[in-house]
Design a protein around this ligand. Structure first.
Ligand SMILES: [Zn+2]
Length: 87
């Protein structure tokens, strides 16, 4: 979200959990540059695995991690970048 959008967002009426650290939010944007992700809610995103192309690929925004239930690939943003650059 841009700074301008953040400024016009209305104040929350209830106490919200602490904001996620930026590095955890970044993995969805990072992985989204390599495959199309759709939100499953609960801060999880699913899409086609960039490594084996099954759709059992999930990104956990809250944890800043990814995991493919088909080929078993997984890790954090640093590992994703390392793996995707080796393709
Ligand atoms: Zn896979």
């Amino acid at each position: 979200m841009s700074a301008a959008m953040a400024m016009i967002r209305p104040m929350p009426a209830v106490d919200l959990p602490a904001p996620e650290p930026p590095e955890a939010q970044d993995i969805v944007a990072l992985v989204g540059q390599h495959t199309t992700l759709r939100s499953l809610g609960d801060k999880r995103w699913q899409g086609a695995c960039p490594f084996c192309e099954s759709t059992a690929f999930q990104v956990r925004r809250k944890h800043g991690t990814f995991h493919c239930f088909h080929c078993g690939e997984g890790g954090d943003a640093v590992r994703f970048l390392a793996k995707v650059n080796l393709r």
